[in-house]
Design a protein around this ligand. Structure first.
Ligand SMILES: [Zn+2]
Length: 405
């Protein structure tokens, strides 16, 4: 979102599109809620601001309502994004189930649902169900599916962000290069962003009041991934979208274990939720009972089962070793641990913390905050909504919004 509003006093007027984008941006992120405040903060002429605001009101994108706060006897007016301006639709695909949500353009969640289909059913079946349910949710809540402004889908896979597809995901038959972005674009007639699920989690965690950036999120689920939100609040995806794909870095222990990717000793093969469950003889999450495995593992830990505690501590040490390397490289201010295995917070947190403090340099750990996820399983959905909101109010997004208004 553009925030550089210092053109006051310049002789050359800014192009209307830029003025409009700045006015709308300020209303959208709550920086200014009146014509006077926008003029003051942007340095734009009062008449220019009013012209832009009027065109946004005419287009049904902004509303001007009576404010509850009274200012010097004048009837105060507040500018907000209109609930009729459109909606955002998001899907956070995970191995066993997909979470869905629809939200208004201000990011307030209107409805939620879960699709209990495992990702290995393939993209055709899963995406058809996701699209159908999102359409139903919109209709049920009285929103026109034709007014969806942005769709975000998170995938538990390396994602080619530009093409909107997964790239050679080891556990997702049929998904390699499947055009997820194009499919959803056709279904909703809206712009679509496809991203890695842990990137979305990281964005979600970064929206929390206690969050600090740079922020590194580690998800320990059936795979292991990292997401990085930089100091300016954007996701670091790397040149090809492969940043944070840490599950197949070789762990230093148990190098004889074969990974699903075909290599030996990958971090994911020795320290993921799935690896721990397999070693302890616990059946993995099923469609009928997605939480059985987590409950069973938590019960063993609560009973101080020696082999379970040993196995989890070993996984924490393996994860901690790789995370310490990342702390060196990225120097984050905050490290967030999420995913089903990290629900056993004390065991995992203390193991990772010990490895990080032992192996990373003091300068990188002096102010480092290590914390469990604040949002739990909602992190991906919250992050997806935040990302969609940014896209809607980006320069390009506002252009689309006005063209469709
Ligand atoms: Zn591997």
């Amino acid at each position: 979102m553009q925030k550089d509003g210092k053109t006051g006093g310049q002789a050359v007027p800014a192009p209307v599109a830029i003025a409009l984008h700045r006015v709308l941006g300020m209303i959208a992120n709550g920086e200014a809620t009146s014509r006077a405040a926008i003029a003051r903060l942007t340095g734009l002429a009062r008449s220019t601001v009013s012209q832009q605001v009027d065109s946004l009101i005419d287009g049904g994108i902004v509303e001007e309502t009576e404010s509850s706060q009274s200012v010097r006897g004048r009837p105060p007016r507040a500018l907000t994004i209109s609930p009729r301006a459109g909606t955002i639709a998001v899907a956070d695909v995970d191995v066993a189930a997909t979470q869905l949500a629809i939200a208004d353009l201000g990011g307030t969640i209107i409805g939620r649902d879960i699709v209990n289909l495992p990702v290995d059913r393939g993209p055709e079946e899963l995406l058809a169900e996701v699209s159908g349910r999102l359409h139903s949710m919109l209709t049920e809540h009285g929103h026109d599916p034709a007014r969806v402004r942005h769709v975000v889908a998170g995938l538990p896979a390396p994602v080619d962000f530009q093409r909107g597809c997964a790239v050679r995901p080891p556990i997702m038959p049929g998904w390699d290069a499947y055009p997820v972005g194009d499919y959803l674009r056709k279904q909703f007639g809206a712009a679509v962003t496809v991203d890695n699920d842990v990137n979305l989690m990281a964005l979600g965690e970064a929206t929390q009041e206690m969050a600090d950036t740079p922020l590194l999120v580690i998800k320990v689920g059936s795979g292991i991934g990292a997401g990085i939100v930089t100091a300016d609040g954007s996701v670091h995806r790397g040149a090809d979208g492969a940043a944070g794909d840490i599950g197949h870095i070789r762990a230093s222990t148990r190098r004889d274990v074969v990974c699903r990717c075909g290599k030996f000793g990958c971090l994911e093969a020795v320290a993921s939720h799935r690896a721990v469950l397999t070693d302890l003889g616990i059946a993995p999450p099923s469609i009928d009972d997605r939480l059985y495995a987590s409950r069973e593992l938590a019960r063993l830990v609560a009973d101080s089962d020696t082999s379970a505690l040993h196995r989890i501590r070993q996984a924490a040490a393996d994860i901690g070793e790789v995370v310490a390397m990342l702390i060196h490289t990225l120097n984050p201010r905050m490290l967030v641990l999420g995913g089903p295995l990290s629900e056993l917070q004390d065991e995992i947190l203390s193991g990772v913390r010990a490895a990080v403090y032992e192996q990373a340099l003091p300068l990188a750990t002096r102010k480092l905050i290590i914390t469990p996820s604040q949002l739990g399983t909602d992190a991906g959905i919250i992050g997806a909504i935040a990302l969609a909101g940014r896209e809607v109010f980006s320069q390009e997004g506002v252009g689309r919004l006005l063209a469709e208004a």
